[in-house]
Write a protein that binds this ligand. Sequence first.
Ligand code: CUA
Length: 364
Amino acid sequence: MHRVFKPSISLRPALLLLTPIAIALLAACTPDNAQSTFGTAGPIAEDQANLFIFIFWIAAVVFVLVEGAVIYVSIRYRRRSDSDKLPHQTHGNTKLEITWTIIPAIILIAVAIPTLSQIWGQQSGVPTDQGEVLNVEAIGHQWWFEFRYPDHEIITANELHIPVDRPVAFKLTSQDVVHIFRVPKIDGKVAMVPLNDNFIWMIGTEPGVFYGQCAEFCGVAHALMRFRVIAEPREDFDAWLLEQAAPAAESTDPLILAGKKVFQQSGCTGCHATDPSSKGRIGPNLTHVASRSTLAGGVFENRDEFDRVNPSILQANLREWLEDPLKAKPANIMGMQAAVYTDSNKKLSEPDISALVAYLSSLK
Ligand code: CUA
């Protein structure tokens, strides 16, 4: 005897719980969300968003047809009473089997052709008809991004400036573990692998500030490994290049000079360069750290409501970061290894931190 099916758990609490979760997840897809792949600002991201929508609708039609058939069959042929006989059983139907093999094969081919051509297109270099190329080397570190502009002898961190409407070719690599380079509004995502360079390119068509985020789990502070892409008109980009190529600012202000001395004597120079073309040894190049819109790999926002780097916000952020780097970014190398944080005899004093904040915020 078959028992009549009775749900053993009430569906209502589950639905009540799932609805807000689903709404929260879907809200992240709204085009103006900084990390949403909708609302694109470049042709590559736009092609990818269109491809997603194309695949989504194919999947939606398949889902509705298959689930509709399951529901229809379950209701139409359900056992109505215990005296119902077993219906006629069919084993093997060549025509049906060929049909349901060929239809999915056609669907998969239709999905694969645009997908593969986009993947190859983005990794095989900038097409020659796209104009003058800007070369950038992007290097992933736990947990920040280094950007080198080899044609301009500039090295910076966590802030990628690009001119609008000009192709940018990236060589991607990593200093330690696998990271993923990802700018949702402008580009796809490609892995940054140690000792194995990858290549992608992008074009930003709208001026603005866009989010970049590491998209591969790379350790405890993975979620705090971010950067900003600043897409700007050609004149602004050229001006930025000139500013970044200039040597670090010098000052005669006593507090700034005291900060520079702390910087040199407390071991900071062992990891941080302060000339425009020195590679990040262990930590970011700080030559123009005070010009950047964020601090500590995108963790602190230095801009005010007018979108400009605000000196008092920057100084407050620098202080918070220097006082306790592990609080802002767990397990980061500076907090874990720098003598000023590991050796209580070398701990930065309050005046040391004030002087360092003054010095670093003078590096515009
Ligand atoms: Cu780097 Cu996640």
